[in-house]
Design a protein around this ligand. Structure first.
Ligand SMILES: [Zn+2]
Length: 169
């Protein structure tokens, strides 16, 4: 299991490391280039400044594990999993550690409504990033362009499906 390795969270302002917060799960940034860029941009890191070979991790605080992690139930029941599997199109959506991004929350909204709303604004943000990438993509050979655009379309198609509402815990 990777818990023996030292991890620190790639998100600026997030102070979690595997030493300071040993109980946290560490989610590896996808190797797929467009997903990797999206994740890093959402975290406000410059993907170009980080080598593609570097293994980067987000701590669990930036995800809604119940929704985003494929084997979360197993993790809950067994207390651990061999490998954390995230859902294919999941994106990090919680950045409370970055003070200016703390989403304002009116107390009369239910928790579920809040989560839904927070996810929607993150998805909008990621679509914005994807759109910028599409512009950037124009300078690449057309076969790669098609591939990337197709990939973005697929991502969007999946994101449009409403996230399964999670009844009270
Ligand atoms: Zn973190």
């Amino acid at each position: 299991m990777s818990y023996n390795l030292y991890h620190c969270c790639v998100v600026p302002e997030c102070k979690n490391t595997s030493i300071k917060t040993p109980g946290k799960l560490w989610i590896k940034v996808p190797t797929n280039l467009s997903m990797r860029n999206t994740w890093l941009k959402l975290a406000r890191r410059d993907p170009k400044a980080l080598s593609i070979k570097t293994k980067l991790y987000f701590c669990e605080d930036h995800f809604y594990l119940e929704n985003d992690m494929e084997n979360y139930t197993q993790y809950k029941i067994m207390g651990s999993v061999k490998r954390i599997r995230m859902k294919p199109n999941c994106i990090p959506s919680r950045f409370d550690c970055q003070v200016d991004r703390k989403r304002k929350f009116t107390p009369n909204k239910s928790r579920n409504a809040f989560i839904k709303w927070q996810r929607m604004s993150t998805i909008k943000e990621s679509e914005e990033i994807m759109r910028n990438e599409e512009k950037h993509v124009k300078s690449l050979p057309s076969c790669i362009q098609d591939f990337l655009l197709l990939q973005n379309k697929c991502d969007k198609a999946v994101q449009v499906v409403p996230a399964q509402e999670h009844k009270s815990i």
